[in-house]
Design a binder for this molecule. Structure first.
Ligand code: GCB
Length: 656
């Protein structure tokens, strides 16, 4: 490891840790549910009863209180898998395009011991449900949540103990309606012209380019903790010479007094540091830093922080254990560089979506693992969670594989001036609270993105983004903050507040369609203008072109694979000049084709993927693969060849 001037390094560590308490501002935790000797997890994934409220006023389900009885007693129900979007599960176009309340219900057998043991908390957790959710247990409302991409949970132990003989009936109503204050924003319009539209006909306008999939998208589970429990852990890491430093804080709920022990273990289970205080700094000699994929021969190194609590509430003693994976690394930004562990990091990666056939935005391990295999195959070292927070399990994969993440909140499509008002801003601040609380401990997350392509030239954008970015930095002063712009450098109102300029542009596609020859000139000017004005490092956060797989033409025309390739290559030649100066990354739009609303510019979805929606490569995937491995060799200090494994084992179909 490079030895830094001791004075300077120490100063940075002191500064970093001085601001640490800010990361602990939020009063309750949202630790990922993990099993431990003191905690059990019961997944409620599988088939739930499902019914959409398609009444004309979209409110009959509440008028008739569907939550009070079994859903099947209110009318016909169908099987609905959880997690999954409901839209593409049936053959019914009305359900695919449904706007309003849908109802999910499931009866759960709760282990008797969870019920009989008063010292056990039983927590119901929903990984995410899009967009607004209300939850009842045995007909009693227990919680509600606004926002489609972050988890919410509620303790239900006392409720299920009231009548231990009845099964635990969980009802979740989910509404995908978007309005000007939701994130993302949308607008409902009722059509009044009776010569064209029947009574009650309305449309949901959205200002973003992906299908507004809805339903319960991530796992639902019950988990237990003891009555006194580890509620939250915050870690901030750095290093000095070859010692790793882990500043931590453990918060406890349910007991006024207790003892805590914290042990940091390496990959082999050896204790490398420990403490008996609820907060402090753990020092790790000969540290294995967390490095990005292709930047080090041992990327994604994770320690395990085992937190052990013994607490008493006066009557009983409780013991809780929680283990948090910890990656030790630093992040910093200069006017021309993005530094991870003090080394320049170049983002060569992708933008993604949570999107696939049939399951829509539903969580699916097979898809996740396939995507990681594709990312690693193509030599991608990073992605942006365009345009909303992804499942936490995906971030855990990033931690383990060393894939660097720009973590984006669902602030996509803020285009209407009314979406810059106080109510929208207040909700946006809340969503950032939830996002930082959930993702603050992931080493893979190196930057927050608070929005995508807002109308940042509108006058209220200045106050809006100043407030939002300052708030995010107050929550987490250890990571840079950005938003993604497509605005002109001279008109953009939020850029003074970001740490890194992230620009989307589609030269020769949305502007000067067909004129590939203009890309170098326009892209060069884009970079020079932004850097000239702001002197901040720049990421090309989106670029690309639609290609219908198998469509060919030479000379290239739009929508062919050849056209997509020339767009990519023309951008790359400019990136290669500018990355020697201040361009710190390039993220292709998009990793894979994805579904959108129907419209004149979309042929069964957005086709800018370098993979198809079924994850088969277009020609562009090979161009990126060749480039990313070359970049890894140049910028990642590894000298790795692209792996071209040939399989020697084939399956042969016998015809005779
Ligand atoms: C963008 C948006 C992204 C779209 C993309 C496109 O600028 O950020 O959501 O899908 O362009 O293909 O139009």
């Amino acid at each position: 490891m490079e030895v830094r001037a001791a004075g300077l390094g120490m100063l940075r560590v002191v500064c970093l840790f001085a601001v640490f308490d800010a990361v602990c501002l939020l009063d309750s935790g949202m630790l990922f549910p993990r099993e431990s000797p003191s905690r059990e997890v019961k997944e409620l994934n599988g088939l739930w009863d499902f019914r959409a409220d398609d009444s004309t006023n979209r409110n009959q389900s509440f008028e008739r209180a569907w939550y009070k009885k079994r859903l099947a007693e209110t009318g016909p129900v169908i099987d609905m898998p959880v997690p999954a979007s409901y839209n593409d599960i049936t053959q019914d176009a009305a359900l695919r395009d449904f706007i309003g309340w849908v109802w999910y219900e499931r009866e759960v057998v709760v282990p008797a011991r969870w019920i009989s043991d008063e010292g056990t908390r039983v927590v119901l957790r929903v990984g995410s449900a899009h967009y607004f959710s209300i939850v009842w247990v045995n007909g009693v409302k227990v919680t509600q949540h606004a926002g489609g991409h972050l988890p919410f949970e509620v303790e239900i132990g006392s409720l299920i103990r009231k009548d231990p003989t009845t099964p635990c009936r969980i009802t979740i109503a989910v509404n995908n309606t978007l309005n000007l204050d939701t994130l993302p924003p949308g607008k409902i319009q009722y059509m009044e012209d009776r010569t064209k539209y029947p009574e009650g006909f309305f449309v949901q306008y959205i200002y973003f380019d992906f299908f507004n999939y809805a339903g319960i998208h991530r796992p639902v589970l019950l988990y237990t903790t003891p009555k006194a429990y580890v509620d939250d852990i915050t870690v901030v890491t750095d290093f000095l010479d070859n010692a790793g430093l882990v500043k931590y804080k453990v918060s406890v709920q349910g007991a006024a007094t207790g003892t805590i022990s914290v042990t940091l273990k390496d990959k082999d289970g050896r204790s490398v540091a420990s403490s008996s205080k609820p907060s402090g700094v753990l020092k790790v000699e000969d540290v294995n830093l967390w490095w990005p994929y292709l930047m080090h021969e041992n990327p994604g190194y994770l320690y395990s922080m085992e937190v052990h609590l013994m607490a008493t509430d006066g009557r009983s003693t409780y013991e809780d254990m929680y283990t948090l994976p910890v990656g030790i690394r630093s992040v910093a930004v200069t006017s021309t560089q993005f530094l991870i562990n003090d080394k320049p990091f170049y983002f060569h990666g992708v933008n993604k979506h949570e999107d696939s056939d049939i399951r829509g935005k539903g969580f699916d391990w097979s898809l996740i693992v396939k995507d990681f295999n594709l990312l690693k195959w193509m030599g991608a070292n990073s992605f942006r969670t365009s345009h909303y927070p992804y499942a936490e399990e995906i971030l855990q994969m990033c931690d383990r594989h060393g894939i660097v993440v720009i973590d984006e909140c669902p602030g996509v499509g803020i285009k209407d001036i009314r979406s810059f008002g106080n109510a929208s801003l207040a909700h946006h601040l809340d969503v950032m609270d939830e996002l930082v609380r959930r993702d603050k401990n992931h080493p893979s997350v190196v930057m927050w993105s608070v929005a995508n392509e807002p109308a940042s030239e509108m006058p209220p954008a200045e106050f809006y983004f100043e407030t939002l970015i300052k708030h995010t930095k107050d929550l987490d002063p250890t990571r840079p903050v950005t938003y993604i712009t497509d605005s002109n450098y001279a008109r953009d109102k939020g850029a003074p507040f970001v740490d890194v300029i992230c620009v989307n542009s589609y030269f020769s596609w949305y502007h000067d369609s067909g004129h590939l020859e203009l890309i170098p000139l326009q892209l060069n000017n884009q970079f020079e203008n932004w850097y000239g004005k702001y002197k901040k490092p720049i990421i090309q956060s989106e670029y690309g072109a639609d290609a219908v797989p198998g469509l060919h033409s030479d000379p290239p025309v739009m929508f062919t694979e050849e056209y997509q390739n020339i767009v990519l290559q023309s951008y790359h030649s400019v990136f290669d000049q500018k990355r020697k100066q201040y361009v710190i990354g390039e993220l292709i739009w998009n990793f894979a084709d994805f579904m959108t609303v129907q419209g004149l510019t979309r042929v069964v979805g957005n086709k800018k993927g370098v993979f198809t929606r079924q994850r088969q490569p277009k020609r562009a995937a090979f161009i990126l693969k060749e480039r990313y491995w070359r970049l890894a060799n140049e910028t990642g200090r590894l000298g790795l060849p692209p792996s071209n494994h040939q399989s020697h084992c084939v399956q042969i179909m016998k015809n005779d």
